[in-house]
Design a protein around this ligand. Structure first.
Ligand code: ARG
Length: 715
């Protein structure tokens, strides 16, 4: 069969033959090109993915942000502890029991806890829809208009595929900046339950100190179970629901794992920037990573102070705290890595070579000769309003607190609903709005009023610091008003109705005018800022359309030069990556072994968080009560291991398998020395950190005594 990719031009499979390094997050449709048998696989590409028969990929689950896999015929799922962290946090806030610190074990199915806010997605089908999408914009030259139409087409196609079913989810992914579009259709299961989460002293052992680091000793796993309605639909939580019978589930490896063994991963990597220019790197380093590290740290300081000896604050802010710490350390790793490796200079030198090749061929010069200057010009646009944009951005998302977001979201929805359906922003389609409304029920599980107020005060104070000519005039009513900022915030929080969920829900029945007439001070703030944000959004659309087109040209130029097979940047779609179990050299004179053991877990114990190893685990180690989970070569229970696989955020919880396709562990992290890997794969340094399945089972068996789970997994 003629490869579909040939028609697009850059994916000629002939070139795939020379892949050496274990680089790449490959689309499942690219599997046949990878010659797996030749590199040590004992299963075929078709065993991993087939469009028309059950394969390993059928057992892979997306958790919306994390990855997971089925491990039993009754819908039992394994993922990371840090992936279930958010639902553990919400349950903790609801029950005032610290499930994060204490862990949770259901003794039987009736005790399983609804994983608040967690959905599970199982891929039903995928199809290349490039032709359909591009045909729909044929003849349209203006870039912004074209992108807008493509977006509308995508939204319409997704809606059609979902067919108004709450338990369907369709996602049309854009690959290679718009050279390819792939439609993914999922069954969406809304009843997911927590089965077993170890205490944080195992599941998050080493905490933020060990995070992103090797050697590692974290038992970063949690068992969930997916439920369905008796009629097979992915209904919301109900007592009548029954465990899902998945199409396929993974078998646990029966043989030992050794240094040098082949491994592979199927999961949902979120985002990489492997084909970006030096301008993009420069912008991200200096305008994203560096300033955000400071911003995150200042928010973390507030959280730490508030959570100190205040259990309510601790339970409510726990997942926010973990998320900020995690991203901050990643950004710091990027900064360290980029600065120490002369990343930008190297990239510039690479681009100079690229351009001298392009400019040496008349035809190529005509097509791509000006691509670098044009990209530079795009980033110069961002630079002009940088300070203003930063401050405006604070009024939304993680920097502004729960109440403001609730009001502002409801108002945005009202404004969008006032437009014709086809003109609405994709994230405000009626279906997405309904999904959002379903989440309102647990909106306050992360609401801690003193923190919320502090965040709003902070955002306003930063706005007050903008130079006069760059100020956000919509905020004049506060910043040039008679009240001090703190006093205004106190007053607004006293008067707002947003602390009442019925009031918030009712906003969704109102027109913009009706919301405006409420005179709710927190919502009024959002209303005042609406135009400024809307303008930014529209400017962003224009900017994106331009940069998308230039990035496409940049990739084309690269291809014209190197002629290599490419995998698309990660975009939260299922990908395959492979590589061997292997250590690495973090610095001169040091070699890191690829396995850690239970002995090492105990050695790190200080008795204090995050190295407060449970006494029972220490005792199991001391008495060598390893059960069947001992590794003969290590003479101990393995804890974590390293593999060359190429992953990024979103892959967390992914099944790691051996050459036979059996489960050997769960991917949960990357190593600090390779933090720039989202930009560039480095075969010498980049490793995936995996919790060994034998550690997972050892904890399940010997620590928790949950042998019914082992039985369920066929052990
Ligand atoms: N670094 C991991 C990832 O991004 C998350 C680890 C979470 N643990 C933590 N201590 N914050 O996938």
């Amino acid at each position: 069969m003629i490869n579909k990719y040939l028609s697009i031009g850059i994916f000629c499979p002939l070139f795939v033959l020379n892949i050496q390094a274990e680089e790449g997050m490959w689309q499942l449709s690219q599997l046949p090109d990878l010659n797996l048998e030749k590199i040590g696989f004992e299963i075929s590409a078709g065993d991993i993915y087939s469009p028309d028969k059950l394969s390993i990929s059928t057992a892979i689950v997306w958790l919306g942000g994390c990855s997971a896999s089925f491990v039993s015929a009754d819908g039992l799922v394994l993922t990371n502890h840090h992936c279930a962290y958010g639902s553990l946090q919400r349950n903790s806030a609801k029950d005032s029991i610290d499930y994060i610190d204490e862990g949770f074990l259901a003794k039987d199915r009736s005790e399983e806890l609804p994983a608040i806010g967690q959905h599970a997605y199982v891929l039903k089908s995928m199809a290349d829809v490039t032709d359909v999408i591009l045909k729909s914009v044929k003849g349209i030259e203006a870039l912004t208009e074209k992108e807008k139409r493509i977006e509308q087409k995508i939204t319409a196609m997704e809606k059609e595929a979902e067919n108004d079913r709450e338990d369907r989810y369709c996602y049309i992914a854009t690959n290679y900046n718009g050279k390819q579009y792939v439609k993914y259709l999922f069954n969406k299961y809304q009843d997911v339950r927590i089965v077993f989460a170890p205490p944080a002293a195992i599941g998050n052992y080493g905490g933020d100190i060990d995070n992103w680091m090797w050697p590692r000793h974290t038992g970063d796993f949690t068992y969930l179970r997916v439920y369905q309605a008796p009629d097979g639909s992915g209904a919301k939580y109900s007592d009548d629901n029954i465990p899902l019978k998945p199409g396929n589930y993974l078998k646990i490896a029966k043989t030992d794992l050794k240094d040098g063994d082949m491994t592979f991963i199927l999961g949902y990597p979120g985002r990489t920037m492997r084909y970006r220019s030096s301008y993009s790197v420069d912008w991200n380093l200096n305008r994203t990573y560096i300033p955000r590290i400071e911003r995150f740290q200042s928010i973390l300081d507030i959280i730490t102070e508030m959570s100190n000896e205040n259990q309510e604050a601790k339970l409510k802010l726990a997942s926010y705290d973990a998320g900020l710490n995690n991203t901050m350390k990643n950004f710091q790793g990027n900064v360290d890595g980029m600065q120490s490796s002369n990343f930008i200079e190297n990239k510039r030198a690479f681009e100079a070579d690229l351009m001298s090749f392009i400019n040496s061929k008349r035809k190529l010069k005509k097509m791509y000769g000006d691509v670098m200057e044009k990209i530079a010009a795009q980033y110069a646009i961002l630079e002009q309003s940088y300070d203003y944009d930063q401050v405006l951005e604070n009024f939304g998302g993680y920097t502004i607190g729960v109440l403001y977001n609730l009001g502002s979201k409801a108002y945005d929805v009202a404004r969008e609903r006032a437009k014709p359906e086809t003109d609405r922003r994709p994230e405000f389609s009626e279906k997405r709005v309904k999904d959002g409304m379903a989440n309102l029920d647990y909106a306050y599980l992360r609401f801690y009023e003193p923190f919320d107020k502090t965040m709003l005060t902070r955002a306003l104070q930063q706005a007050a610091k903008l130079p006069e000519e760059q100020r956000i005039t919509a905020l004049d009513f506060i910043l040039k008003g008679s009240m001090e900022i703190d006093a205004w915030v106190d007053d607004a929080f006293a008067k707002t109705g947003l602390k009442d969920i019925a009031y918030v829900k009712d906003l969704y029945n109102k027109t913009p005018e009706e919301i405006e007439a409420l005179n709710d001070p927190l919502i009024d703030l959002a209303i005042k800022l609406y135009d400024a944000k809307d303008r930014k959004y529209e400017e962003g659309k224009v900017w994106n359309a331009q940069i998308q087109d230039l990035r496409k040209k940049y990739i084309d130029a690269l291809y014209a030069w190197k002629g290599q097979s490419l995998y698309p940047d990660a975009n939260s779609t299922m990908r395959f990556t492979f590589g061997k179990v292997k250590g690495y050299k973090p610095a001169d004179g040091i070699w890191y072994e690829p396995f850690t053991t239970l002995k090492g877990v105990v050695e790190k114990d200080t008795g204090e968080e995050p190295f407060n190893n449970p006494a029972k685990l220490t005792e199991l180690s001391r008495s060598k009560d390893y059960g069947k989970w001992i590794d003969p070569e290590l003479g101990d229970v393995p804890s974590c291991f390293l593999a060359e696989c190429d992953i990024t955020g979103g892959n967390s919880g992914s099944a790691v398998m051996n050459a036979k396709g059996e489960l050997i562990g769960l991917a949960f992290d990357g190593n600090y020395e390779a933090m720039t890997s989202d930009w560039l794969y480095n075969p010498e340094l980049q490793r995936t950190i995996v919790v060994d399945i034998r550690y997972v089972l050892f904890i399940t068996d010997k620590f928790a005594g949950a042998d019914y789970l082992l039985k369920e997994m066929g052990i």
